[in-house]
Design a protein around this ligand. Sequence first.
Ligand code: ADP
Ligand code: MG
Length: 696
Amino acid sequence: MNRLRTLDIKYLKGVGPKRAELLDKQLGIKSYYDLLCHFPNHYLDRSSIYKIRDLQGDMPSVQLKGRFISFSLQGVGAKSRLVGLFTDGTGTIEVVWFQRIKYIKDAYLVGNEYVLFGKPTEFNRHWSMVHPEVDPVAAAEAMQGLRGVYPLTETLRNRGVSSRTLFNYVMTALSVAKQISETLPQDIISRFNLMPLNEAIVAIHNPKNNEQLQRARLRFKFEELFYMQLNILRYTRKRSAVIRGFKFPRIGHFFNTFYSQQLPFELTGAQKRVIKEIRADMGSGKQMNRLLQGDVGSGKTLVALLCMLIAVDNNTQACLMAPTEILATQHFETISKLVAPIGLNVKLLTGSTRKKQRDLIHQQLQDGSLHILIGTHAVIEDNVQFQNLGFVVIDEQHRFGVAQRARLWKKNITPPHVLVMTATPIPRTLAMTVYGDLDVSVIDELPPGRKPVQTLLRYDEQREQVYQAVGRQLKQGRQVYIVYPLIQENEKLDLQSLEEGYELICDTFPSYRVAFVHGKMKPTEKDYQMSLFASNQAQILVATTVIEVGVNVPNATTMIIENAERFGLSQLHQLRGRVGRGADQSYCILMSKQKIAKETRQRLEIMTSTTDGFIVAEADLKMRGPGDLEGTMQSGIAFDLRIANLASDGQIIQMARNMASDILDSDPNLEHPNNALLQRQLNVLFAKSVNWGLIS
Ligand code: ADP
Ligand code: MG
């Protein structure tokens, strides 16, 4: 198979240099190999031949077998067309061409037997077929079964490259390639009863039947996922073998004092378990890279704080990085209040920190008197140097790329332990792939006394009642969020609807104060408005999704999300997490137009039916595919999946991972002669990818 990578596509019969360039530009097809790996995205059924007698009005494309009786040119000028009368002995059908008339007249002969493939239409009891595919019987029989239909671009179509063209190229390439060398070890093929490559490569383009197609697909999915897992795991293992981390053997003064005197509440069982997992990592001598998943409100901050105290107890510094200024500030306020009594020095560093304070922070970081630094991106700037950074917490990780994590890493000779916290639950299979290099801890329990948020779907016609319900909450002294979507392409309009919304709310609830925030505001103004709401000077907050992450106002019990149909599921879940933080029953009301697409309604109904973030995330992944997650959370390990689907192939991922893991257990460096093929494939497949495995 690898030999085919070196065969330039331009030498394939019928391609040539011009088309080769086009194929490369449009589809990235450079070699025979690339062509054969350009898999169909669906299939046409050419497994059966229909009789003209049995045709029906609503059929998709079908095959007919028979002969042309005559050809005639009809109409004049631009309207002229060639009509062939075709029969299979059970009836006749008119075959019509509007283009390439001259060529066709010469190419197809009266009396010869052909197979047509096209969509039959009926008019006035006469059947016709426009621009069908026409093949001599022998050629048609050679590709009986299901025939691949390929993803194409508009440019390709305009330049005369159809799906059929590609199929023909594939068939030619296969006939030239003949014997294709296997890319999976024989024992893996036998163990999972996989289809051998030779068969599978034919079957994926031109399967005899659906069963064969499924077996071919399984083989390619497995192969893809297997090599991906093998690649991830070999680096993860190498890294933990090579790189030494801090060893934190002690639980000391700060942790113990805080735990016994300052802990604001009993930890949940899940919080305790997770702290144990993190402690074990930090005490092991290997460098920790751990993902902490916990639904909104599950109490991740406290876990992070306790772990930071362990780091400080072991004479190192800790740093917490958050994605926004508001969040960083909120963390700073919570944490500095909690640890003030035990005499820790905690400081906040953001883009708006004044120079004098900034200088002080730099100095204290270097002389070691600053124990915990909390901040935004500002903390990864090069001029921020620690004396001895031992532990890094990254909150709401999906906003940070791996490169940024790597920069934090480099702040020390010994790399700090890294804890990445996210409230966007990542389904297990995806975590295993995207975060193949991270260990995962899960807080799967909310603090006691929380009532699940009641989520309701309401339509614009019901706005009156919704506002009445809001009024009742306000009367009871509760606070309310009202969220508007803001979509970048249409900023002006969005802002306008936000401002109108604000005015409507002010008019509807004249006896309450309404705060107002959006992303385009100056940070100082935003902070001021937020603080009005946080301190209950304002009872209603009209906002865009800037409040999406982290903000904590337990007295807020109602959230109205306007145009909910415009939000993604994960985003809705994040937003909803802003309420339900106190002991009172909370509500999330999704407002939408009455007329929405079926899928949109389904999406909103998932929100009304569950508060479990994992279920929401799984559903989101199934509906949207993993594209978003891949984009924002790339682990940097080559991610070009041709055929496997992270959302639906969880079981195959698991099988592939187990297999990869077993192999590495017995031969970590893949040096055994039996594993030579694996080593070779990894080199071929991942030669070009950046090796983040060693740094993140
Ligand atoms: P998240 O995981 O979303 O970051 P937070 O850490 O902000 O959640 O915690 C949410 C709220 O729950 C905070 O007000 C916090 O003080 C509170 N909390 C955290 N742990 C517990 C606990 N064990 N018992 C009761 N309340 C808790
Ligand atoms: Mg949080």
